[in-house]
Write a new protein. Structure first.
Lengths: 816, 219
């Protein structure tokens, strides 16, 4: 065998190289898939450090909750932090970075990444901050530079509700900070909970300083959990045990006669209100549901009161209501209102008068509504008639020294406020001046954000207020798990790893794109081996004449093939490594937009190499076996004479059926593309191509089989006749060329040109030219992103010059 | 050993090459097959040599229908009982003369040292002892054909089939090869069936069968 291998070395070398190409392409494609998957996994693990679970709430809660969760489960390390979405602007250069993650952290945060804590201690007036390299680069800032960090102030009130409109929760606060350090875009610098490949822009600020800036000392909105041991329990259970009503956004006030439950978000969410009312009923506690709203105007005749609160409640055994003349206060009916004595006096109102209320109605657009009610009585300035606690505390109102100092989120005309109103504010603060029935209040002011501002409850039977409060608190904690308040730990590590492996299957994609290349290489190998064997057809004839069985001859040639494919495969493994390296280099640079990150590395696993090697061996050996088997069926006289022309496979009728069926399947694939998802469309594309190829080859084979009786009168007919003489070989050649054409067309068809409106060009300060395309809504390149800096092809984020928003840019060409 | 062709016919598509050819021969006999080109001489030789299945009729060797054997048995029978000498030597170019001569001994998978001795003996008898380790490319046409004769006889076949063994040689070389074949035929006591265009060569055979348009006539 060795003698044969070396004697026919030219053809065998060709076969060996063909096998090497097939192995290289297949192994390389698998390596690329493995590498992309592993790289994305590495990025996930890098950005999360030791973090397994994370809780990010839209509401702030106690910093000490972290400690309490740890206490509830000794296997957990819980790190509190503040996270805000914002932007950064270089104070002097004006360079801007949007979608900046402003992170209030302490040394415990760095511990999650086994990193040294960033130096965030205040020195001098400016608040220090540490940026990751991407943010520093985006701002083109240096240590010591001043930067303006802007962020949305957090708030508990939904922005579409009356008390959330246009105000505190939406307002932007800007703080001046000084860059005191830069961390690499690795580990802590890459921290981010969202599974995305791009490096986030992180600004680290001291946790206490950020809390102070926010006016939320001792409050955080993020908990990061590292499970220290495998024995660690469910952090969700620990959270349930540790969370207080305060953490859930609820406040419980205990008075001598009653206890009240309020929300830090002004309105009790419907499910919370229902739970509170239900629990009160369950414990036998008398209760009073309260909805306090703001009336812009209370009018009686031509006299008006500006900006007064109105309480909607059903007076029962909780709270006292007495008329000004000493009689027990009546329960206002539907369409009735009670005024307190101060308001009635100011409005010169008497029982039976028409009282008009004007108030804002929250919604997509703020509008003023009016309602006219009948005055059912005037209540004394005591008890519920002058109870400022009926109005929940709200930033901007309840803590204002006087009414002129109000800073509400809705429009107010402070010029309407009279000295008398200020006097009322000084005496009774936000105590409602009017009381309506609960039914009337619900009809007028309930919204999807809630229908109650608080619930007051009397003591449970046999218990005093304190005991009742304890029982109620404990019951409410059980009835309201943290999840109900939007507080739940997310398994971010698990999710991140799933996202990194569950996104585009690059291995499959590359194998798909390489499939035709692999098939081509296999066909080429088969063709070359066939040529080699055909050269030795007389050898086969002699061997058969000498008594070798067809099987023995096949084994003899397959033995040679195994050696060739084995060696070629080994050579192909080296080629596969090179192919994979080149592909990864391409994905890191030219095709970076496809994977969204330039941080890919070649990951080589024995399993990937073995799979590529074995699959290519099987494919190639199968192809060769097919060739050899056909040769073994040839008559000896044909073999000895060298007339070993293979007929095209199959009968004409069968080939026609296959051709038509394949054409039908190709059409079906094509028809399915518009309705298919992205990955399914790719599979259908390849399926369509494959079926078209099969159909075309079958048709060609049928054409070869046609009997040609016309004389050869020219080069064209001579060529046709020659092609039909050895249809098997001709079909192989046609397949080879078809596969190559398919690869070229497929790659060309899938190429994103980003021509036209998305194509952007810019010049650098150094005179270079950058060709790039935007990836979302921006019509120009951020010059500051490139000016005066070293850069390279890839994906960048930058502030869009025309909108100021963050935009992604894919730089495809750089000319210096 | 006896060889009997019984109404052997062979068709290739619409073309009838052999038409009910019948004859019989036995050990030690030599039969020449003559006829014009395209008369079916080589086809008859291949059918007799179990290389080409007849369209009809039987080839009976030692009382057994050769084509009733399985492919494996047929290959074994061919290996043990039949030696071929083709017009073109068909030596395998990658092997030496000795290795080429030994090829038939490898088919059975049980080649022994005796086969080597036999091969060397045959090579010596065909006058190629000094060329035993040379490859075919280094041999002359006559030498290659002599090596082919040695290869045909290495397994001591009872039937030696020669398809124009001297057709591509000049007169002197043809005589030389003819002498060799007949000498070895006599010494090995084989049935010798030879296809030839040469009347001189045909005259050396004991019997002559003439094929005309596929039919066989004893000359």
């Amino acid at each position: 065998m060795r003698r044969s291998l070396t004697f026919f070395w030219r053809i065998h070398l060709s076969v060996l190289l063909g096998v090497a190409v097939a192995t290289a392409v297949l192994t390389g494609a698998l390596l690329v898939g493995d590498s992309v998957r592993e790289s994305l996994r590495d990025l996930t693990l890098d950005r999360l450090g030791d973090i397994d679970h994370a809780l990010v709430s839209d509401r702030f809660f106690r910093t000490d909750l972290a400690r309490d969760v740890e206490a509830a489960d000794g296997g957990l390390t819980v790190v509190p932090a503040v996270t805000l979405a914002g932007s950064a602007v270089h104070a002097t250069a004006g360079t801007r970075a949007s979608r900046v993650a402003i992170l209030g952290v302490d040394s415990r945060f760095a511990g999650l990444f086994d990193a040294n804590a960033p130096d965030l201690a205040r020195r001098g007036a400016a608040t220090p901050f540490v940026a990751n390299e991407s943010l520093r680069s985006e701002l083109n800032a240096r240590v010591g530079d001043a930067v303006l960090l802007s962020f949305e102030l957090p708030g508990d009130v939904h922005r579409e509700s009356l008390f959330g409109r246009d105000g505190i929760s939406e307002s932007i606060q800007t703080v001046r900070v000084r860059l005191t350090g830069v961390v690499h875009d690795r580990g802590m610098g890459r921290f981010g909970l969202r599974p995305r490949q791009r490096t986030p822009l992180n600004a680290f600020v001291s946790l206490p300083l950020l809390q102070e800036t926010l006016g939320l000392p001792g409050r955080v909105n993020m908990l990061l959990v590292s499970q220290d041991t495998q024995a660690a329990g469910d952090p969700g259970l620990a959270l349930t045990r540790a969370a207080t009503l305060d953490d859930l956004g609820l406040a419980m006030r205990v008075d001598a006669d009653y206890l009240a439950v309020e929300s830090t978000g002004f309105l009790l969410k419907p499910h919370v209100a229902n739970t509170v009312l239900g629990l009160a009923d369950e414990l036998g506690m008398p209760r009073m549901a309260i909805l306090t709203y703001l009336a812009n105007t209370i009018r009686v005749g031509d006299r008006v009161l500006p900006y007064s609160t109105v309480a909607a409640l059903d007076v029962g055994s909780v709270g006292k209501l007495r008329l000004a003349d000493g009689r027990p206060g009546p329960v206002p009916g539907e369409g009735e209102v009670l005024l307190n004595a101060w308001a009635a006096k100011d409005l010169h109102a008497g029982t039976g008068d028409a009282v008009e209320l004007a108030y804002f109605e929250a919604g997509p657009a703020l509008s003023t509504r009016h309602v006219t009610l009948r005055l059912a009585g005037v209540v004394a300035m005591e008890g519920l008639g002058a109870d400022s606690l009926l109005t929940p505390a709200f930033p901007g109102l309840h803590d204002a020294e006087d009414m002129h100092a109000w800073d509400p989120p809705f429009p107010v005309d402070l010029t309407r406020i009279r000295p008398a109103d200020e006097a009322y504010w000084d005496a009774y603060r936000a105590a409602p001046k009017a009381i309506v029935s609960s039914a009337t209040g619900q009809r007028l002011w309930r919204s999807r954000f809630g229908s109650l501002t608080s619930v007051r409850m009397g003591p449970a039977p046999g218990l005093d207020a304190g005991q009742s409060a304890d029982r109620f608190r404990s019951g409410l904690r059980e009835a309201l798990p943290p999840e109900s308040a939007g507080m739940a730990f997310q398994p971010v590590r698990k999710q991140g790893l799933a996202a990194s492996s569950g996104s585009t299957d690059f291995g499959g994609l590359f194998v798909g794109f390489s499939l035709f290349l692999i098939v081509s290489a296999a066909l080429l190998v088969g063709l070359l081996f066939r040529l080699g064997v055909e050269q030795r057809a007389d050898e086969v004839g002699v061997l058969m004449a000498s008594g070798f069985t067809a099987g023995a001859i096949r084994r003899r040639f397959m033995g040679e093939a195994v050696w060739l494919t084995g060696l070629g495969g080994l050579l192909g493994l080296a080629g596969g490594l090179a192919y994979g390296w080149i592909m990864i280099a391409g994905l890191r640079t030219w095709w970076a937009p496809a994977v969204g990150t330039g941080e890919l590395a070649l990951h080589v696993h024995g399993s990937g190499l073995a799979a590529g090697y074995l699959i290519s061996q099987v494919v190639v050996l199968f192809t060769i076996l097919t060739t050899v088997r056909r040769l073994g069926r040839m008559p000896v006289r044909a073999l000895l004479s060298g007339a070993v022309h293979h007929a095209a496979a199959g009968s004409g009728r069968r080939l026609k059926v296959v051709a038509i069926a394949s054409l039908g399947l190709a059409s079906a694939c094509l028809a399915g593309v518009p309705r298919a998802g992205r990955e399914a469309a790719i599979a259908l594309f390849f399926g369509c191509g494959t079926f078209l190829l099969i159909s075309g080859l079958c048709a060609l084979s049928v054409w070869f089989q046609r009997k040609r009786r016309t004389a050869v009168t020219g080069i064209w007919r001579m060529g046709v006749r020659n092609s039909a003489r050895n249809p098997g070989r001709s079909l192989l050649c046609a397949s080879l060329i078809a596969c190559a054409c398919f690869v070229v067309v497929a790659v060309g068809a899938h190429r994103r040109t980003d021509a036209g409106r998305d194509a952007l060009n810019s010049r650098t300060s150094g005179g270079g030219r950058i060709s790039a395309h935007r990836r979302n809504g921006c019509a120009a390149l951020p010059r500051s992103r490139f000016d005066g800096r070293a850069f390279r092809a890839g994906v960048f984020r930058g502030g869009c010059p025309d909108s100021g928003r963050g935009a992604n840019y894919a730089v495809s060409r750089i000319a210096r | 050993m006896t060889l009997r062709a019984e109404r052997v016919s062979k068709q290739y598509g619409d073309v009838s090459v052999l038409r009910e050819v019948s004859f019989e021969t036995g050990r030690g006999q030599s039969v020449a097959v003559v006829g014009p080109s395209g008369s079916g001489k080589s086809t008859l030789l291949h059918v007799l040599g179990t290389l080409d299945r007849p369209s009809s009729g039987r080839v009976v060797i030692d009382g057994r229908d050769a084509y009733a054997l399985s492919d494996k048995e047929l290959a074994r029978f061919r290996n043990r009982g039949i030696g071929f000498v083709f017009q073109d030597h068909h030596l395998l170019p990658q092997y030496s003369v000795l290795e080429n001569v030994l090829i038939p001994t490898l088919a059975s998978g049980d080649a022994g040292s005796g086969d080597g001795d036999r091969a060397r003996d045959l090579i010596e008898r065909v006058g190629l002892a000094h060329r035993a380790d040379h490859r075919p490319a280094a041999l002359s046409g006559g030498e290659r054909q002599r090596a082919a004769v040695a290869r045909a006889l290495v397994n001591r076949p009872a039937l030696l089939l020669c398809d124009e063994p001297t057709g591509s040689l000049d007169r002197a070389r043809a005589d030389e090869i003819g002498d060799l074949i007949f000498e070895l035929h006599a010494r090995e006591d084989t049935i010798l069936i030879g296809v030839t265009h040469s009347p001189e060569m045909a005259a050396r055979f004991e019997r002559t069968l003439e094929l005309r348009e596929g039919t066989c006539v004893e000359a």
